[in-house]
Design a protein around this ligand. Sequence first.
Ligand code: 0O2
Length: 208
Amino acid sequence: MNQWEEFLSPYKQANEELKVKLKGIRKQYELNNEYSPIEFVTGRIKPVGSIIEKAQARNIDYDKLALEMYDICGLRIMCQFVDDIEIVVQLLRQRDDFKIVEERNYIEHTKQSGYRSYHVIIEYPIETIEGKKVVLAEIQIRTLAMNFWSTIEHTLNYKYAGEYPPEIQQRLQNAAQASYLLDQEMNEIKEEIKAAQKYFTNNRTDRR
Ligand code: 0O2
């Protein structure tokens, strides 16, 4: 095993475990035939190249990575409606299989870029053959609209390294505003949408 493989191994284990646990929340709502505030969950381990780049940009020593870079293990929870985000955060707060060490509300405090999302940073214990090991992980909770915007912006950021031409910059701001308005509108009619989804799911099952 090379050094990076060894370093990332507990993060990979944490990522796999957390994906199962967070997806399990959705499954429980489904079993109860209830609306799930979680639409879907994804997880990733930060690529080594990005870890090195971020460590250099933030002046983080390699021996402090585990303490200072909290998004090496990253989870994303996508929700349909803005109001679902608070429900999911409450669900995370009441768990005792990890400890929340920080919450960042980029929905109330939208970033300069237009980025919106709710970040929860946790200490997550894993069991290894050498005993318990605690790793940091970042859970990003966002609506589908927030996810659409940030995925596109993230890709463009790679191309322009954050130095957007003015027209692209303006369009991204417009898109961020459109995504905000979409979330507001959908949230206003969420009960109507949920009822329609329930009707659709029940009838689809009947037809099979
Ligand atoms: P990747 O590729 O997603 O892994 P700091 O603000 O300096 O204290 P940091 O690490 O920037 O620390 O924390 P923050 O602001 O909570 O952001 C961490 C992650 O949130 C980022 O990870 C992105 O995933 C997401 N994010 C934050 N700001 C933006 C933004 O403006 N646009 C998009 N698209 N995503 C954002 P990384 O490290 O960028 O990388």
